[in-house]
Ligand binder design. Structure first.
Ligand code: CO8
Length: 258
């Protein structure tokens, strides 16, 4: 389908989604989130795609939920519309890995969207923040939970209660971002990482992602049990036979991906 607020393209087996609402610094309005959800679902269902990269512009990944769209909404309207659950959490349902490639501002809902992805690659100019407190509200799309799990209580309190921004170096140091790269290389590096992931066995990648994410939901004992089940189930795939045979025969593996 045609999109107005995002750009969708493929780079080999990587699906690239670019938030494209430059005049509003990619503020995440309902239409943009609908389009993003559709694009994510389409890539997740496409066997030709093995990994998804989500990015914005050099100036902004996303400066938050759209404040102008939200400002006059009433409590019953937001409660019954469930706008967070319906439009914001699609990325959490995607089985393939989603890499957030963040340059510029990732604020409020923008930071929360990046944290819903499986990992964050930050450009050197990235600025992360949860400035909702300045608007008389607080994070509402997982910021208090995911930021705290990523950077710890003290720094999360600092960011969320004062609204201050964190630069890329601090984000990497604090485990919010996995890598920092020059701004000009951001998309290339993220796609390169995505290509590596997409070249591997789809079931092993999807299950490894599921198991890492389970670490946020389960006790250690439950998580290890969950991991064991998934690990053993991979012995039912052709890709496991191929991967191990290729190692023994000293040749590159030819994964079927599915
Ligand atoms: N919403 C709507 N419009 C925005 C937003 C936003 N979040 N951010 C920027 N814009 C618009 C500006 O209004 C401006 O538009 P116009 O030219 O028509 O006046 C344009 O983008 C450019 O912005 P600035 O002129 O302000 O650019 P600067 O470079 O001077 O400043 C900043 C950049 C610092 C990023 C600044 O724009 C800013 O502070 N933006 C708001 C950041 C913010 O508070 N984000 C949190 C929003 S609340 C939120 O995300 C809650 C999520 C809850 C869960 C999700 C549920 C839906």
């Amino acid at each position: 389908m045609a999109h107005e607020m995002i750009l969708v393209e493929t780079r080999g087996r990587v699906g690239l989604i670019t938030l494209n609402r430059p005049k509003a610094l990619n503020a995440l309005c309902d239409q943009l989130m609908e389009e993003l959800g559709q694009a994510l679902r389409a890539f997740d269902a496409d066997p030709a795609i093995g990994c998804i990269v989500l990015t914005g512009s050099e100036k902004a990944f996303a400066a938050g939920a759209d404040i102008k769209e939200m400002k006059d909404r009433t409590y019953p309207a937001v409660y019954f519309d469930d706008f967070i659950g319906k439009r914001w959490e699609t990325v959490l349902t995607v089985q393939k890995p989603v890499i957030a490639a963040v340059a510029g501002f990732a604020l409020g809902g923008g930071c929360e969207l990046a944290m819903m992805c499986d990992m964050i690659i930050a450009a050197e100019n990235a600025k992360f923040g949860q400035p909702e407190i300045n608007l008389g509200i607080m994070p509402g799309a997982g910021g208090t939970q995911r930021l705290t799990r990523a950077v710890g209580k003290s720094k999360a309190m600092d960011m969320i209660l004062t609204g201050r921004m964190m630069d890329a170096a601090e984000a990497e140091r604090s485990n919010l971002a996995c890598r920092v790269v020059p701004v000009a290389d951001l998309v290339t590096e993220a796609v390169k990482m995505g290509e590596k992931i997409a070249s591997l066995s789809g079931p092993s990648v999807a299950m490894a992602k599921e198991a890492v994410n389970a670490a946020y939901e389960m006790t250690l004992k439950e998580g290890v049990r969950f991991e064991r089940r998934l690990f053993l189930s991979l012995f039912s795939t052709e890709d496991q036979k191929e991967g191990m045979a290729a190692f023994a025969e000293k040749r590159p593996a030819q994964f079927r991906h599915r």
